[in-house]
Design a protein around this ligand. Structure first.
Ligand code: F6R
Length: 607
């Protein structure tokens, strides 16, 4: 949610900031802006909509200067207008901000009472106005920034640039992430290391409450109490090419296609090839005397938890609860000192998931983070981190992170089954063999691209679509519906197949296709009955199944997608691919913005 960048460079910075913002655009694309200091003068350019609009503006109205800040916005306070675009400026100071200033209304009232006027509806403008007030009282830029920070409540990452100061950035982090990049006579800041990837691989992550005074000579970092602190400089291996589309039309297409490779890499990590059935998860992950598992996440990551609920029950006999992070802490969850709480998040920065983690941290046996970004806030605050090794995911709709989350969760459930004596070596070997076969099956599923593109052409003409599944295919149906609605804007709902006749069947008619996800497994016959109920009411059915399932279902289905056969453990991971491809191709057929769907942003750092 909003991306921020700051650079103190040796050369012109506006084009470099623009490039860095391009890598952060997944965090929001309602407007974008850059401010620089040139010959002591503070100037800014802003444009509504995507970054390309700012880029066009800069062609006609270039910005000069070797010091600058930039922002790409996901609107919270105030519509996506030019006035509300960052950087916000008040006299000699400009600010870019990610997060929400919760007490901004009170601060605005205070300023209004002093006769201060406002030009925007944003909370961020208040920061600039407060800093200006301090500067007018004679404070130095740093003291003015410090005094302002003391008045702000809420979550933020911010960067300040001052008129007359060509070698100074003031940055602060409270609740939203911020990384400092170290260059050769240059310094950088960004919302994440991806933004800085081609500029620097030496990164310092600010801790909660940290602020930093940055000059080209380096960064002086202070904690929330104002004590000078040392924060490690880490070497981050971030191949800049990994955040490019590499010939694909969209990041989402690239990320879907990457899944066999990602899964193979993940398995190499957690299932060493030399030992038949050894799961290389940390020793500290011990389910032996644990009395239950709780899994908490948002959106797609929550659906991964939903699949894992079946696995923990079936493979390890462990009671398992799942919850949506934004609900979890408000329902006063009952905790147990023998409970393992698992928080799943691609970004590791989702505000609700982080807050849920903090809510139970000291009340359970262990807090585990399953994340894609091992340096993220959720990873840092967990007792144990299990990275999913998916590589940067840029498309706003999560794809490869979902299947990688499932891969790690499956291994955790297997480990639990082993430790609790539910799985003997033979059963374990069977499951690990199934996992090892998964990258190959994923490759075959990707071969269905053309078939699915044809199906999507037909689906694109409908307004509503239903998804059905049973067992682990139920969360997959939920994921299929989420993916379709978020990128194609077609209204899609998912139900457990057995629930259909308890209400949703009223929706069925010739204009509502139903996508049934049903491998030929123990539940197949029951799902087929539900499918017949749809067809009896003239609802067009798309069946996603294997050859045996499709043959058994008969010829009355409207369309079918023939998947490779998969064992029960890996089927829900494999069936994510056709669900993603259906959403992708339907969105392409409808001409929507696949990687940056309307109203959305990746990395949801506000509650
Ligand atoms: C949907 C999607 C979102 C995220 C959710 C959680 O395609 O990407 O539903 O899954 O916002 O994000 P993370 O996993 O970063 O916590």
């Amino acid at each position: 949610m909003c991306g921020i960048v700051g650079i103190l460079g040796r050369h012109e910075v506006a084009p470099v900031i623009l490039e860095a913002l391009r890598r952060l655009e997944y965090r929001g694309y309602d407007s974008a802006g850059i401010a620089t200091v040139q010959d002591g003068r503070l100037e800014r350019r802003r444009a509504v909509g995507k970054l390309v609009n700012l880029s066009d503006l800069l062609v006609h109205e270039p910005l000069r200067g070797r010091a600058g800040i930039g922002h790409t916005r996901w609107a919270t306070h105030g519509a996506a207008t030019l006035e509300n675009a960052h950087p916000h400026r008040a006299g000699p100071v400009a600010v870019v901000h990610n997060g929400i200033i919760e007490n901004f209304a009170a601060l605005r009232e205070e300023l209004a009472a002093e006769g201060v006027g406002f030009t925007t509806q944003t909370d961020t403008e208040t920061i600039a106005l407060l800093v200006r007030r301090e500067l007018e009282k004679g404070a130095s830029p740093r003291d003015a920034a410090e005094a302002t920070l003391g008045q702000l409540e809420g979550a933020f990452a911010l960067a300040l640039l001052f008129e007359g100061e060509d070698d100074l950035l003031f940055v602060a982090r409270q609740g939203s992430p911020l990384a400092i990049g170290h260059g050769d006579g240059e310094m950088y800041v960004g919302s994440d290391a991806i933004a800085l990837a081609p500029l620097s691989d030496r990164i310092t992550y600010l801790e909660e409450g940290d602020r930093a005074v940055i000059t080209r000579a380096g960064a002086e970092i202070f904690d929330a109490e104002g004590r000078r602190v040392n924060r490690a400089v880490q070497r981050i291996e971030m191949d800049a090419a990994r955040v490019e589309k590499s010939g694909y039309r969209h990041f989402m297409a690239k990320e879907i296609a990457e899944q066999p490779r990602v899964m193979a890499g993940l398995l190499e990590h957690y299932l060493p090839a030399d030992e038949a059935a050894r799961i290389a998860l940390p020793e500290a992950l011990d389910f032996t005397d644990c009395d239950r598992v709780t899994l908490v996440a948002c959106g797609t990551a929550h659906y991964a938890c939903h699949v894992a609920k079946y696995w923990f029950g079936q493979l390890a006999g462990l009671p398992c609860e799942i919850d949506i992070a934004s609900e979890f802490r408000y329902r006063d969850p009952v905790t147990s000192p023998r409970e393992i709480a698992i928080f799943v998040s691609q970004s590791g920065e989702t505000a609700d998931t982080l807050a849920a983690l903090r809510h139970v941290k000291d009340r359970v046996k262990q807090v585990v983070a399953v994340v894609n970004v091992p340096t993220s806030s959720i990873a840092r605050e967990a007792d144990l981190v299990l990275p999913i090794h998916a590589g940067p995911e840029i498309g706003v709709a999560s794809t490869k992170a979902f299947t990688a989350q499932l891969g790690v969760l499956a291994l955790m459930a297997l480990r639990a089954g082993q430790q609790r004596g539910r799985l003997d070596q033979t059963a374990l070997a069977e499951h690990t063999t199934a996992l090892r076969a998964l990258p190959g099956l994923m490759n075959s599923a990707l071969g269905l691209n053309e078939t699915i593109a044809d199906l999507a052409e037909a689906l694109a003409g409908y307004r509503d679509v239903l998804f059905l599944g049973r067992g682990t295919m139920y969360p997959l149906a939920l994921e299929g519906a989420l993916k379709l609605k978020e990128i194609s804007y077609i209204h899609a709902e998912a139900y457990a197949a057995g629930e259909l006749k308890h209400g949703p069947i009223a929706l069925i008619d010739t204009q509502v296709p139903t996508i049934v996800m049903a491998p030929r497994d123990a539940l197949f016959a029951k799902t087929v009955s539900n499918m017949q109920e749809v067809m009896a009411r003239h609802g067009p059915v798309v069946l996603i199944s294997d050859a045996e399932g499709i043959a058994e279902a008969g010829s009355a289905v409207w369309k079918s997608v023939r998947m490779p056969e998969a064992p029960a453990l890996t089927a829900p991971i494999l069936y994510a691919l056709p669900a993603q491809m259906i959403a992708y191709h339907t969105a392409v057929a409808k001409g929507t913005d696949v990687d940056q769907p309307r109203n959305l942003a990746k990395s949801v750092t506000v509650e």
